[in-house]
Write a protein that binds this ligand. Structure first.
Ligand SMILES: Cc1cc2nc3c(=O)[nH]c(=O)nc-3n(C[C@H](O)[C@H](O)[C@H](O)COP(=O)(O)OP(=O)(O)OC[C@H]3O[C@@H](n4cnc5c(N)ncnc54)[C@H](O)[C@@H]3O)c2cc1C
Length: 381
């Protein structure tokens, strides 16, 4: 006999377990989370832990502001330490176009309630005295941005959701989604069939593959992004430093290690999570350009994960027109962790038919149908 579940969530990353937690918190526990590997094995366990509210689109700014407020309290709610440090984000401009864009970003961020500021290279150096500002033309700074250690957040949600009765299964791969016309009837896995009428696609870099199982085409594409950690040393760096021009970001984590990554503009889409020598060389060279003292520091580990990237670098949320009760929570590019608290809360509200606490209509997949897209500018490509 087949099993039955009210809601099946595909993906055991931050969003899969976060949605399960939010459903359970509202008293709804007829939920199964299916993860093909271990919890956090996707991008949620491979990211830089950056929590940034300095975005260029209204949607990303609003999601990040609300989520940051939620992160400030979440560790108490989940009784888990995440090492959330609000040392700010220093966003560096290297071209005149960036200066114009950054000033526009700050104006919108301020309108939406964020106290970000546009500053000179000299003011940036006051924040990070060891920064090489020779080619820096300007910067923006926001002090409530920060970094978080991602794994305990994933496991904190999972532990709390399980405690309330949610069934979270690792090493269980979804192989098909069965539909009857517009309705979902079941999810097939390598361990059996689960009858359900509600499915959440929180499969990160695999979300396009999952959508196809239900006959839905998503515009997302997975791209490898690489990242590394150095040996630890005495604390000197408070904010995360980021340059879209170089595609680089780095911070000093709670235990003194530098954690950071750099995008490869020549990367092809695809499921590739292998580490490369190109990354090692480019990251080392660029890090030393930013902070010359880094020439004496050893990298101790490098790894890679997937950005699930949409054409406008904003997530895809909510239902799709083709299939009823097939909820999308994907397409987060390089910022799915930092917006997850509010995204997961709103998704739980939508699943339960409640009025969502934030309107996410503009983030539905239907926005890609011939409209002029407002593209997020502030991304590491
Ligand atoms: C190098 C790197 C740095 C990043 N830095 C940041 C950052 O600083 N800040 C930030 O906010 N975000 C960052 N991100 C992005 C962030 O990590 C992701 O947007 C976020 O973790 C997405 O979470 P998720 O739960 O939606 O997906 P994921 O964590 O990718 O989880 C999806 C899960 O679905 C599972 N799955 C796939 N197919 C199936 C199947 N058929 N059956 C069952 N399970 C399946 C996968 O195994 C995976 O565990 C970074 C990403 C990378 C790769």
């Amino acid at each position: 006999m087949n099993e039955k579940a009210g809601v099946v969530i595909i993906g055991g990353g931050i969003n899969g377990v976060g949605i399960a937690y939010n459903l359970a918190k509202k008293g709804y526990t007829d939920v199964v989370v299916l993860e093909k590997d271990y919890l956090g094995s996707g991008a949620s366990g491979r990211n830089g832990g950056g929590i940034r509210q300095q975005w260029s689109t209204r949607e990303n700014i609003e999601l990040a502001i609300e989520s940051t407020k939620m992160f400030e309290k979440l560790h108490e709610e989940l009784d888990t330490e995440f090492e959330f440090i609000q040392g700010g984000y220093l966003v560096l401009a290297f071209t005149d176009e960036e200066i114009t864009q950054f000033k526009k970003n700050v104006k919108l961020q301020n309108e939406l309630g964020l106290n970000s500021v546009y500053i000179s290279p000299e003011e940036a150096k006051e924040i990070v005295p060891k920064l090489n500002i020779l080619k820096v033309k300007g910067a923006t700074f926001n002090g409530t941005d920060g970094i978080i250690y991602p794994f305990p957040v994933v496991y904190g949600y999972a532990r709390a959701a399980r405690k309330m009765g949610v069934d979270i299964r690792e090493h269980t791969t979804v192989t098909d989604i069965v539909t009857d016309g517009k309705e979902i009837t079941a999810v097939k896995t390598d361990k059996g069939i689960i009858e359900t009428d509600t499915v959440v696609n929180a499969a990160g870099g695999w979300s396009t593959e999952i959508a196809k199982m239900a006959g839905v085409e998503l515009p997302n594409r997975p791209y490898r992004h690489e990242i590394m950690v150095t040996e630890p040393f005495a604390h000197f760096l408070d904010p995360m430093i980021i340059s879209f021009h170089h595609g680089i970001y780095f911070n000093q984590a709670a235990h003194g290690n530098i954690v950071g990554g750099i995008g490869n503009p020549k990367e092809y889409p695809g499921i590739n999570q292998r580490a490369s020598l190109w990354f090692l060389r480019t990251m080392a060279k660029t890090l030393v350009e930013f902070i010359p003292n880094f020439s004496a520091v050893n990298m101790i580990r490098q790894w890679a994960g997937l950005y699930d990237t949409t054409p406008d670098a904003q997530p895809i949320l909510g239902e799709v027109p083709e299939v009823d009760r097939f909820f999308q929570v994907n397409g987060f590019s390089g910022h799915g962790f930092m917006v997850s608290p509010v995204v997961d809360k709103v998704t739980a509200e939508l699943i339960l038919g409640e009025t969502p606490s934030m309107n996410i209509d503009r983030l539905k997949v239907t926005r890609f149908e011939g409209m002029d897209l407002e593209k997020e500018y502030s991304v590491v490509g």
